[in-house]
Design a protein around this ligand. Structure first.
Ligand SMILES: [Zn+2]
Length: 204
């Protein structure tokens, strides 16, 4: 599958700021998503903008994905609802429409939502925030292909920022890539024959 991946916002047109900074973190998650998608055999284009104004920032990634003819567009964000929040506000995935003729977006978004919920980001009172529709957001309405915005966690919510830090961006990226692909990264176990023979020799 041809997948365009974007980290939201940039250092001039910044995202949200709380206990963590959205732009700083979405770049890390985006890099891991790309790394693991490639390992899973996909063709990936990084459509993350450099430093530019807010409108150009959005147009840049969407145009790149449209011109390339991506099958799927994934945009990594973090969310914010309050100035500060003592507790847990979970992950949410956004798609343009659940009832249009593009179904890949809600299929993949549901898998991502379930996988991230499975890591512990289940939201208020263990209830998933679920996959939401949004027809306003430029990244969803201007992309020609199935597109998904992932709001990884809320930057001001103490509990899930702690969980995000504990798991690390690489684990989150791997989980997203595996959910997109609907398969797991194979862990190759390499045997060190010298160590094994040493061990055997000592056992005798
Ligand atoms: Zn954002």
């Amino acid at each position: 599958m041809k997948i365009a991946v974007r980290g939201g916002h940039n250092y001039l047109a910044t995202g949200c700021e709380g206990l963590i900074n959205e732009v700083v973190e979405d770049r890390k998650v985006k890099d891991s998503v790309i790394k693991y998608l490639k390992q899973l055999g996909h063709t990936v284009l990084d459509v993350t903008p450099g430093n530019m104004d807010r409108d150009s920032d959005l147009i840049y990634g969407v145009n790149k994905a449209n011109n390339w003819g991506a099958d799927l567009f994934i945009s990594i964000h973090f969310n914010k609802a309050y100035n500060s929040y003592n507790g847990a506000i979970g992950v949410e995935c956004l798609v343009y429409s659940k009832t249009d003729n593009i179904t890949l977006d809600e299929q993949v978004a549901t898998r991502i939502q379930n996988a991230l919920d499975g890591l512990g980001f289940t939201g208020h009172e263990n209830k998933s925030r679920g996959v939401k529709e949004n027809k306003e957001l430029y990244e969803l309405r201007a992309t020609k292909m199935a597109s998904i915005i992932i709001e990884t966690c809320f930057v001001e919510a103490t509990e899930y920022v702690a969980l995000y830090k504990k798991l690390g961006h690489d684990k989150i990226g791997q989980t997203i890539a595996e959910a997109i692909s609907n398969k797991k990264i194979e862990v190759k176990v390499e045997y060190d024959m010298k160590k094994i023979s040493n061990l055997l020799w000592r056992c005798i």
